[in-house]
Write a protein that binds this ligand. Structure first.
Ligand SMILES: [Zn+2]
Ligand SMILES: [Zn+2]
Length: 381
């Protein structure tokens, strides 16, 4: 089975053909997140270059997208060594291969980027190569261990017997993929995983429950042990993020009001308060009231809150807010956000799963912990 991956690089794509591969120059990774950067990447499979809508909100001339068609199992070798380090414990890599395969099979039928403009399909690919879908960074970070993990779990997906047809889209029912779990995952839950409706649609997804996770806590084991698991399990640019479990961000009034104005396009005036109205099962906020001198608005869900309260994207929406009041005006002069976790928190906690694997849990035990009531099955596709 083949998958078509859309790789966004720049308005005009530069590439270089090699014997069996090609190199794309200046591929942008981590788009909009705190690790956003560019790098040259090498891919196998075929390359097409097509126009794609300009990512600017104001429109403008079309950009180009590089579409890489590749065998699904080869795609997975790259994904698991892009999401995590290919030197991670083997049971982590196998667990990741299963969830990345399950997610990809659903995405192939759903095509999250497809748009119809003037009767024409644009973005004629299945998934993108960045964190929006799954990281796919070509051959650069792959090694033999990733290939073994994919081969040893060949065709394996997660299935939930509790999912009913009214909990999935018509496209999935039509394509016959509806029993395969939508295996969401994130970098670090911060101590407890989140439920579906905090992040996405208002539905109950039976296998995305809130479960306790002690494995991603840096206090769990001696620092020596933790450091070695992280060094082998996280890729180079992810190792730059050190405070992923417990973090703090402090903004002056000027900084916060400017960030919110820039990100939202709305002038709230001075920010008087940030009021969490609804929190999910882990503590992640999914409705936040922003009270300003000129404008007040309630926003959600978790990703929008993270985007509006940071120049890039806050680590997570699980945070407490404290205001420092000015002695003169008695208005807030600064805000401190004290938070936990990195990512939306639903499904598998990648750092927790890596530590579980290093402590001797098998990949099916890891999957059973993070995806409640599921079982492994083999797809013939
Ligand atoms: Zn995507
Ligand atoms: Zn965790």
């Amino acid at each position: 089975m083949k998958i078509r991956v859309g790789i966004l690089t720049a308005p005009k794509i530069e590439f270089e053909r090699r014997e069996d591969t090609f190199v794309l120059k200046n591929v942008r990774i981590g788009i909009g997140f705190h690790w956003d950067r560019r790098e040259d990447q090498e891919f196998q499979g075929t390359l097409e270059i097509k126009p794609t809508p300009n990512p600017s909100l104001k429109g403008g001339a079309p950009w180009q997208v590089a579409i890489n068609t590749i065998d699904l199992e080869d795609y997975l070798c790259s994904v698991i060594s892009s999401e995590m380090n290919a030197n991670s414990p083997m049971e982590l890599l196998k667990a990741h291969a299963v969830i990345s395969r399950s997610w990809a099979l659903r995405a192939i039928s759903q095509r999250p980027h497809e748009q119809i403009v003037n009767g024409q399909i644009v973005n004629d690919f299945d998934v993108c190569a960045d964190d929006h879908c799954q990281r796919y960074e070509g051959l650069r970070r792959m090694n033999e261990r990733a290939v073994i993990a994919v081969r040893e779990t060949q065709g394996q997906v997660l299935i939930s017997d509790k999912v009913t047809k009214d909990q999935v889209t018509k496209d999935q029912v039509r394509s016959g993929e509806w029993e395969i779990c939508d295996c969401r995952y994130h970098k670090c839950c911060g101590g407890r995983t989140e439920i579906w409706r905090t992040c996405w649609e208002d539905i109950d997804v039976p296998y995305i429950q809130s479960v306790q996770c002690d494995w991603c806590d840096p206090q769990r084991k001696s620092l020596v042990h933790r450091t070695s698991v992280l060094r082998t399990s996280l890729n180079d640019y992810d190792q730059e993020t050190r405070d992923f479990h417990d973090w703090q961000v402090r903004y002056t009034q000027e900084e916060l009001s400017e960030i919110i104005r820039t990100k939202s396009g709305i002038d709230f005036g001075e920010i008087l308060d940030l009021v969490p109205l609804k929190r999910g099962a882990s503590g992640r906020i999914y409705e936040l009231k922003i009270v300003g001198t000129k404008h007040t608005e309630t926003i959600g869900k978790e990703l929008k809150i993270r985007l509006w309260l940071s120049n890039t994207c806050l680590y997570s929406s699980w945070f407490e807010i404290s205001r420092q009041l000015s002695a003169v005006s008695h208005q807030p002069s600064a805000f401190t956000l004290t938070g936990h976790g990195w990512g939306h928190g639903a499904g598998l906690c990648q750092i927790g799963a890596a530590v579980m694997a290093s402590e001797g849990f098998s990949y099916d035990q890891i999957l059973a912990h993070y995806y409640v009531g599921t079982r492994l099955s083999t797809t013939t596709r």
